[in-house]
Design a protein around this ligand. Sequence first.
Ligand code: NAD
Ligand code: LMR
Length: 330
Amino acid sequence: MNAPVKVAVTGAAGQIGYSLLFRIASGELLGKDTPVELRLLEITPALKTLEGVVMELDDCAFPTLAGIEIGDDPNVVFDGANVALLVGARPRSKGMERGDLLEANGAIFTAQGRALNDHAADDIRVTVTGNPANTNALIARSNAPDIPAERFTALTRLDHNRAIAQLAAKVGAPVTDVTHMTIWGNHSATQYPDLFHAKVAGRNAAEAVGDDGREWLENTFIPTVAKRGAAIIEARGSSSAASAASATIDHTRDWLLGSAEGDWVSMAVTSDGSYGVAEGLISSFPVTTRDGGYEIVQGLDIDDFSRGRIDASVAELAEERDAVTQLGLV
Ligand code: NAD
Ligand code: LMR
């Protein structure tokens, strides 16, 4: 057995938490040989609910669960954390403008960024799932000057997985045949799921889709993937939870333990200027991961159609950055 890894999760009593915690505790994040200590953060009124979730975690008697700490103070909960999954966020309520949402979440992610900066372990790695995920990650990163920028990432793996599922269904192939999928930009309706570099059983996906490929790509594939979150809210009455938890595991596991050789995954990471994305924005790219690090895949051809889509989503990210800069959050 390895030494226990401290995994902090915020919003632990929420919907995503109710799926995520059990999967982490059972070894799906770090493997069956690595015990985990869960460090769970909630707001004070949700601590009672969280106590109930902890009772259920205890009742699972997971061999890989080495301990659980809960609390409402990020300075205590993040103490010594090696991994932080920032899931808790303020949802948009009736009458709230986008600026109000950025401000409400800004308060959460500035405080959590500072607490990570001051109390997390030196090897801390942060995945932000709570929306608006890219900009929340930017705020947390900006408030944690002692943590290397590359340790802050945001989740677009759910969009990546959705894109794989849609393509596999269209061509009648198993999802395992689909490789080299890419999500560019923001985790929002402007995201660009890119089929041009994707492959189905090694064959170019655009060709594999068949004669109506271009029409399907523009009018079905892209909007279905980009608006899937809204479709789930419409159908379920609340936002995606188990699939978001699953993607949070996929993203963080691949980052820590490495992704499949010869393929890549999508992660929103600090831009180094690759593909014309302004340096410093947290934008989704194709990345390869290994030994706790990642590299943005270089050298992909970007045609005019893709360029326009990437630019539109990156422009939205720049607007969000400007808004939180004006609010003094970064
Ligand atoms: P939820 O409302 O069920 O749970 C959120 C939890 O966060 C609540 O229990 C709340 O008390 C807690 N919380 C709020 N402020 C907090 C703070 N300051 N510190 C700690 N905890 C806090 O929501 P959910 O369905 O679990 O979703 C969580 C977030 O994930 C939302 O922002 C949602 O939009 C987002 N989400 C992102 C993706 C993605 O792909 N990036 C997908 C689905 C959902
Ligand atoms: C999703 O993609 O399912 C969520 O980000 C939707 C949302 O607004 O919570």
